[in-house]
Ligand binder design. Structure first.
Ligand code: GUN
Length: 295
C-alpha cells in the first residue's frame, strides 16, 4: 500500500508556483492576488480560509481577507463582490461556503466574475468544464486529479465509484474521472443517499472517492483488495485527549481499509493540502489570463 501524500505533492506544486512568482516579479509584472470572503465564524471555514491566506503568503501571492458578520445582508455581500470584480488588482475571488441560511449561495456565486472565479463554481465555468473547455476546475476535484497524476495512479479503464454528488466535489470529480484524458478514462458510478446497493457497488470499484462527510463511512468490508482510496472527508470527532477537543477523521475507516488497498489518501494530509495547491494554481492562471490546465 502506498500513501498518496498530499502534503508532499502540494509542497512541490507550491514551490513551482513560488518560482513563477519570482519570474513575474523579475519581469516587472504584478503578482497574483486572491481575495477570500469569510462570513460568520464557522470553525472549519475559519481554518480553511486561514490556510488559504497563509499559503498565498508562503509562495509570494498577495491576498485580501474580507470578513463579515454572519448577519450581513445579502445585498451588502453582493456589493462587496462587485467591488472585487471591478478591482483590477484582484485576480481571484472565493467566497467560503457554506453561507448563513438567509443568503442565497446561488445568487452569490452568480455574482462573481467568471474570469475571477478560482473556485470554478460559477455556472459559466461549470458549463465549460462539462463541455471539456478550458476553465477553472473546482479546487478539490482538481487537487485529486493532480494527486493521481503525480503518483501515476492507473485510471484508464478502471471503475471509479464516487460517493456523494455535491457540486463542490462528487459531481465534478465524476466528470473529470470519466474524461478522455490521463488521469481519466474511468467508468464512473456516482452514488448518493438514494443509491440502494452501495456496498455491492463499492466492492466492484477499482477507485473509490469518498466525499459524503460521514466519519468512517467506508469500511473494509466495502473495499476490494488492491483498490485506490481517495478520502475527501474532513470530519471533526470529539477527542478529550486533544488540546482542541477534537481530531480530524476522513470518510474512510483508514486503518482497516489501508491494509486492503493499493493507494490511499490520509486525513489529514491527503486531499486537504491538494485542494489548496489547486486553488493556488487556479489563481495563477487567473492572474496571467490562462486557463485550461486540465485540458
Ligand atoms: N467549502 C468547502 N469546500 C469549499 C471550497 O472548495 N471552496 C469554497 N469557497 N468553499 C468551500
Amino acid at each position: 500500500m502506498q500513501i498518496l501524500d498530499g502534503k508532499l505533492v502540494s509542497a512541490a506544486i507550491k514551490a513551482q508556483l513560488a518560482d513563477k512568482v519570482t519570474e513575474l516579479k523579475a519581469l516587472g509584472q504584478k503578482v497574483p492576488h486572491l481575495a477570500a470572503i469569510l462570513v460568520g465564524n464557522n470553525p472549519a471555514s475559519e481554518t480553511y480560509v486561514a490556510s488559504k491566506v497563509k499559503s498565498c503568503a508562503e509562495i509570494g501571492y498577495h491576498s485580501t481577507l474580507l470578513r463579515f458578520d454572519e448577519k450581513i445582508s445579502e445585498k451588502h455581500l453582493l456589493d462587496n463582490i462587485t467591488l472585487l470584480n471591478e478591482n483590477a488588482d484582484i485576480d481571484g475571488i472565493l467566497v467560503q461556503l457554506p453561507l448563513p441560511k438567509h443568503i442565497n449561495e446561488e445568487v452569490v456565486i452568480n455574482t462573481i466574475d467568471p474570469s475571477k472565479d478560482v473556485d470554478g463554481f460559477h455556472p459559466v465555468n461549470v458549463g465549460k468544464m462539462v463541455s471539456g473547455l478550458p476553465t477553472f476546475i473546482p479546487a478539490t476535484p482538481y487537487g485529486i486529479m493532480l494527486m493521481l497524476e503525480h503518483y501515476n495512479v492507473p485510471t484508464k479503464g478502471k471503475h471509479a465509484v464516487v460517493i456523494g454528488r455535491s457540486h463542490i466535489v462528487g459531481t465534478p470529480v465524476s466528470i473529470l474521472l470519466s474524461r478522455n484524458s490521463n488521469p481519466g478514462n474511468c467508468t464512473v458510478t456516482l452514488t448518493h443517499s438514494h443509491t440502494p446497493n452501495l456496498k455491492e457497488l463499492c466492492l466492484q470499484a477499482d477507485i473509490i472517492v469518498a466525499a459524503i462527510g460521514r466519519p468512517n463511512f467506508v469500511t473494509a468490508d466495502m473495499v476490494k483488495e488492491g483498490a485506490v482510496i481517495v478520502d475527501v472527508g474532513i470530519n471533526r470527532i470529539e477527542d478529550a485527549s486533544k488540546k482542541s477537543g477534537f481530531r480530524l477523521v476522513g470518510d474512510v475507516d483508514y486503518n482497516a481499509v489501508a491494509e486492503k488497498c493499493s493507494f490511499i489518501t490520509p486525513v489529514p494530509g491527503g486531499v486537504g493540502p491538494m485542494t489548496i495547491a489547486a486553488l493556488l494554481k487556479n489563481t495563477y492562471h487567473a492572474a496571467v489570463g490562462q486557463k485550461g490546465n486540465m485540458n
